[in-house]
Write a new protein. Sequence first.
Length: 302
Amino acid sequence: MKSEERTNDNEVTQERIKAVIDELSQTTRQFENESPRQAESPQQQLLQQMSAAAEAWNWKGWGLYIIGKFDEAIKYYDKAVEIDSNNIYGWIGKCWSNFALGKIAEIIEFSNEFIDKRSESAWIAKIWSNLVLGKAGKSLEDYEKYLKLRRNGQLQITADGGISSSVEWGFKAYLFNLLEKFDVAIKCVDKAIELDPFYDFALAFKAKILNLMGGYDNAIQYCDKVIDKGQYGLGCGLSPPYSNVLLAYALTIKGNALSGLARYDEAIKCYDKALEINPNYALAQTNKHIITDNLDKKHKEL
């Protein structure tokens, strides 16, 4: 009795996936040859000072977030955005605080705010969110748009220099996973982890791939690494406010591994924990229903 993990999204074609993989192969090499940044202008220095002030409010919001005071956290993230309307992390904090409160519509609003401004971080956040939520076709579509904007120099890069090579390798692993080339996907995700040992989504995604290869025990170990940090607000991989989403994802993947080992009661507990974090998490809902429905049928046959 296995839980569903593969996508049935018809929009995900092998030709589109391979095209993105080819481009990612070029861009990951480009990271190794980047030239040093030019000296900053007075205007850039002022923007950095504004960003630092906003970041102080972000950290206060984050402190409230990790102890579960999501409504209060949003107030401080609002202060950060008031100081610097382009502060992507303030918007992300608001986004995932609302996620924790089950307000999915607000996430779309926040993403669109910065997608319209062509923020690189916003695109990566949107791509990553769709990936976690199981929307493979939408994630690939957004990645294709993102790569086109980046090729044409139309993206606004954040003060920290934009996305890292580890994120590129992580998405490359995701694409090879869709092509069911699991050995190659594992190599890509291992490269992502090598480049950024704190990239916890890569650990959880490696567990997902291991599940598809039948490596359930190893998958559980990788999920536990993420869960142990996530429970204390330490896991993220991209930005601290993502930790609840990542924790729900890791719990669901662990549930799938336990299901593969026929440890159904433990699997259901994992899904329940994921649904406590986000009651509308479709992946956890679906996989829990698969197990409970099959168990009910077996009980009726006895």
